[in-house]
Design a protein around this ligand. Structure first.
Ligand SMILES: C[C@H](CCC(=O)NCCS(=O)(=O)O)[C@H]1CC[C@H]2[C@@H]3CC[C@@H]4C[C@H](O)CC[C@]4(C)[C@H]3C[C@H](O)[C@]12C
Length: 324
């Protein structure tokens, strides 16, 4: 499972958790403006917006899981198993392979509005990257500081949903996820009052009882509700440190600990990494399952007019600061 979220204070933040039982070998990867993208059906894109994000780089190609471009547009791919459907090529459409979707959008679009215009012509095709890396079944959140959308390629075509929460998890399809929020509208950060019966002396014997009923499990629907509640009610200062700290706390609400989600063969899904990108400043912050210290890579410290990928392997292992 994964969860993606947006957050706005003085700046705009975009990030996600990536939950899985093994890592593909992820690196914070900067793609400079003149790295040449060769699309399977759409020709060469020789210059484009620069982007920073988490990718598995193979054969010199950045297979992004999530990224933000220099204009502050962010995009993340999350599992959508059983519902994602990719198509055959079609004439008169932009035939983009699933693994090319992030570069295709972030390379050319500065805003969600611009992305929506491109999405009218898009056809996500089922060309795999390679034999070793078959198609991943994904759906995506795209966001800038103004708005967020969810994009799903399903049996009957491309669906573009406005995403007023700025949160995405996995199944079911996004419209169903949103509908389920209706079930939780009584949940509140405030202390509850006794509406049960005025004939009974019920009272709030603990803080936090306004959120009784908020689902605590790791299913994607429950993580959606929980992340939505925490994000929509989040309060923080607007400095960089306070915003980044709060962002990691929001996604901390859906953190997966090893042992709680068995996926067979003694394997467990865990939160492999959590990211938070300041989309205005191009700073990509991350923590990993084994390393809670926040590490960051700054897009603007790199030569953005270059042609070569810049890759930072994740710093692993707890960084513990001894105080005596
Ligand atoms: C495993 C991850 C989703 C985690 C998740 O949601 N786990 C919940 C399981 S569940 O919800 O219970 O089902 C997803 C998210 C992004 C994916 C990469 C996208 C680029 C590239 C696309 C190529 O086509 C295949 C290889 C490739 C490197 C992909 C590998 C893998 O697929 C990645 C990491």
């Amino acid at each position: 499972m994964c969860t993606a979220a947006t957050y706005r204070t003085k700046d705009f933040y975009f990030g996600r958790t990536l939950d899985y039982e093994f890592s593909y070998g992820d690196e914070v990867t900067v793609t400079p403006r003149n790295f040449s993208f060769s699309f399977r059906n759409m020709g060469l894109m020789e210059s484009h917006y620069a982007m920073i994000g988490m990718a598995h780089v193979t054969e010199g190609y950045p297979l992004y899981y999530d990224a933000v471009n220099e204009k502050g547009l962010g995009m993340a791919g999350l599992n959508f198993v059983g519902n994602a459907a990719y198509k055959e090529e079609e004439p008169d459409k932009d035939n983009v392979a699933q693994f090319e979707f992030i570069p295709w959008i972030l390379g050319q679009c500065a805003t969600v509005q611009e992305a929506k215009a491109l999405l009218k012509r898009i056809n996500l095709v089922k060309t795999p990257f390679s034999k070793e890396l078959p198609l991943a079944q994904l759906h995506w959140m795209m966001a800038d500081c103004e708005e967020a959308i969810t994009v799903e390629s399903v049996k009957d075509g491309i669906k573009v949903y406005s995403n007023p929460v700025g949160v995405l998890t996995n199944n079911p399809p996004f419209d169903e996820q949103m509908f389920q929020l209706n079930q939780y509208m009584h949940i509140s950060p405030k202390a509850p009052e006794n509406l049960f019966s005025d004939k009974l002396p019920l009272y709030a014997y603990s803080r936090g009882m306004g959120a009784l009923g908020l689902p605590g499990d790791l299913s994607s629907q429950s993580r959606f509700v929980r992340a939505a509640f925490v994000k929509m009610n989040s309060v923080s200062g607007d400095s960089e440190a306070e915003s980044v700290s709060q962002f990691f706390h929001i996604l901390g609400a859906v953190d997966q600990q090893r042992g709680c989600c068995e996926v067979g063969d003694g394997q467990y899904e865990v939160t492999l990494y959590t990211s938070c990108c300041n989309a205005d400043k191009g700073i990509y912050y991350y923590t990993t399952y084994e390393n809670h210290q926040i590490t960051a890579v700054n897009l603007y410290k790199e030569r953005l007019d270059g042609t070569q990928l810049v890759r930072y392997p994740l710093i692993q292992g707890e960084q513990i600061k001894m105080q005596n």
